[in-house]
Design a protein around this ligand. Structure first.
Ligand code: NAD
Length: 474
């Protein structure tokens, strides 16, 4: 029998009359039934969060830290069960799912060590002025399907640490591991501090527009981000938007071809390319283009696409049918335009499971859809460039501004070029590394605000300045 999962509202595990099916993208079988919530369940969750906010916001930060650390511990203790469940709903290979579960637990523990210290603005004979950080209240968190556990926990942990309470909505495609975590933390977090409710996409706007939610923290597509902004504008909710990206990697001629090939490959194909900060456009200097593209294609030959629960799988299926169709459409467009493929490109749409072969494109034009649009799939366009200026200009020629990378032995040159990229994050000689202590956020249509670090924590607060006139004649 298919397992039924529950939501977490006011410290209780609850179900609803209506449920939604969750599929395994590797074989399209139903693997779980989850509540399909509407306005009534949302109202109950928000009311619980509002009630809990009264005491949680006054709870000393050291106690809040301890609760987050206990939650992190519960996730770690149950990592084995959780990573298997994550693979079954998301598709990523077991080793990558394990990385996400331990990564989420580690990130929570690390973030729990952050502080919201007061800042002194003026301490003169006349006055003492101090800024304190006040939790905004009830937070609505909305997350996508590519890193469902990491994204959920990276919103829950800082919201809690700041003194806020949260109502979190997982993606309807990947709620299972998050709901299992809800069971694990039910008796760790005080009732109402963390509420996790599931529903179709239609639950999202109800959260965005809810009159008793003070802030929305959203990770997902740019198109949905715009709707969130519109919905949140009705009562001027605070918003943090972590949106799409079309990240460029620039490989300079001094890069070590063999070493870089493997790293570039995985910067594009980890999680079947479904990463906001995956390398989605690779610009290679013409002097090493042929050699490096051949080396990347060789790495691809040794990687198996398949069911993530099977040993030896390097790239799993696409997470859902809609995204599968979109990636197939981009590949078909490349074929229709006669662009060259170094590998892959032949999808079998009649097969079971949403599998797309590792697809590497040989120097498609800059305006090809597969280059200009975020693919969010196992597709890697390699492009040739002649000068550094040209590479920077082409990398910046995007509506997105999430991340990018420079690959070179000359790290000073790498930094100089990094400073010219219009993105929130730039790596020199690595990719995908995010620190819980450094702000992560986008520029342009990749969103605004930040997660992680002090800046990320402050997003759950507003600054209150208190000024004491020292020499007042009262
Ligand atoms: P999506 O925007 O379709 O959905 C994300 C979440 O929003 C889901 O929970 C969905 O149910 C909900 N939603 C849908 N319509 C809504 C609405 N009108 N109002 C409120 N909520 C609504 O995104 P996705 O397809 O799940 O995720 C893929 C996208 O997420 C990619 O573009 C990727 O780049 C981006 N992403 C960004 C980051 C980042 O940190 N910048 C991280 C991961 C993914």
């Amino acid at each position: 029998m298919t397992k039924s999962y529950h939501n977490l509202i006011d410290g209780e595990l609850v179900g609803t009359g209506t449920t939604m099916e969750v599929l395994n993208p590797a074989n399209e079988e139903v693997i779980g039934l989850v509540p399909s919530c509407g306005k009534d369940e949302l109202d109950r969750a928000v009311a619980a969060a509002r009630k809990a906010f009264k005491t949680w916001s006054k709870t000393p930060i050291e106690d809040r830290r301890a609760v987050i650390q206990a939650m992190s511990g519960a996730i770690k203790e149950n990592a084995d069960e959780l990573f298997r469940l994550l693979t079954s709903e998301q598709g990523k290979p077991h080793d990558q799912a394990k990385g996400e579960i331990y990564g989420a637990a580690g990130m929570m523990a690390a973030q729990s060590t952050l502080n919201l210290d007061d800042e002194i603005n003026e301490d003169s004979d006349q006055r003492l002025s101090r800024t304190r950080r006040v939790p905004v209240g009830v937070v609505g968190g909305i997350v996508p399907w590519n890193f469902p556990v990491m994204m959920a926990m990276q919103k829950i942990a800082p919201a809690m640490l700041s003194g806020c309470t949260i109502v979190l909505k997982p993606s309807p495609f990947t709620p299972l591991a998050t709901l299992r975590i809800a069971e694990l933390i039910k008796d760790i977090a005080p009732a109402g501090v963390v509420n996790i409710i599931t529903g179709e996409d239609s639950l999202g706007p109800l959260i965005t527009e809810h009159e008793d939610i003070d802030k929305i923290t959203f990770t997902g597509s740019t198109a949905t981000g715009k709707k969130i902004m519109e919905g949140a504008s009705k009562d001027l909710k605070r918003i943090t938007l972590e949106l799409g990206g079309n990240d460029a990697s620039i490989v300079l001629p001094d890069a070590d071809v063999e070493k870089v090939a493997e790293q570039l490959f995985w910067s594009s194909f980890s999680n079947a390319g479904q990463i906001c900060v995956a390398a989605k456009r690779i610009y290679i200097h013409e002097d090493i283009y042929d050699e490096l593209s051949a080396a990347i294609a060789k790495v691809a030959e040794g990687v198996t696409v398949g069911d993530g629960s099977q040993q030896g799988t390097g790239v799993g299926p696409i997470q859902n049918k809609k995204q599968f169709d979109r990636v197939c459409e981009l590949i078909q467009d490349a074929k229709d335009n006669g662009y060259k493929f170094l590998s892959g490109g032949d999808v079998d749409p009649s097969g079971t499971g949403y599998y797309v072969p590792i697809t590497i494109m040989d120097n498609p034009p800059e305006d090809a859809r597969i280059v200009a649009e975020e693919q969010f799939g196992p597709v890697m366009p390699l492009m040739k460039f002649s000068s550094e200026e040209e590479a920077i200009e082409r990398a910046n020629n995007s509506e997105y501004g999430l991340a990018g990378a420079i690959w070179t032995k000359d790290t000073d040159k790498g930094v100089e070029m990094a400073e010219q990229l219009e993105t929130g994050t730039v790596w020199i000689n690595e990719f995908l590394h995010l620190s819980p202590f450094a702000p992560f956020g986008g520029h342009k249509q990749s969103g605004f605000g930040a997660e992680y670090g002090k800046e990320g924590l402050q997003e759950f607060t507003y600054p209150q300045v208190i000024t004491v006139k020292k020499d007042a004649a009262v």
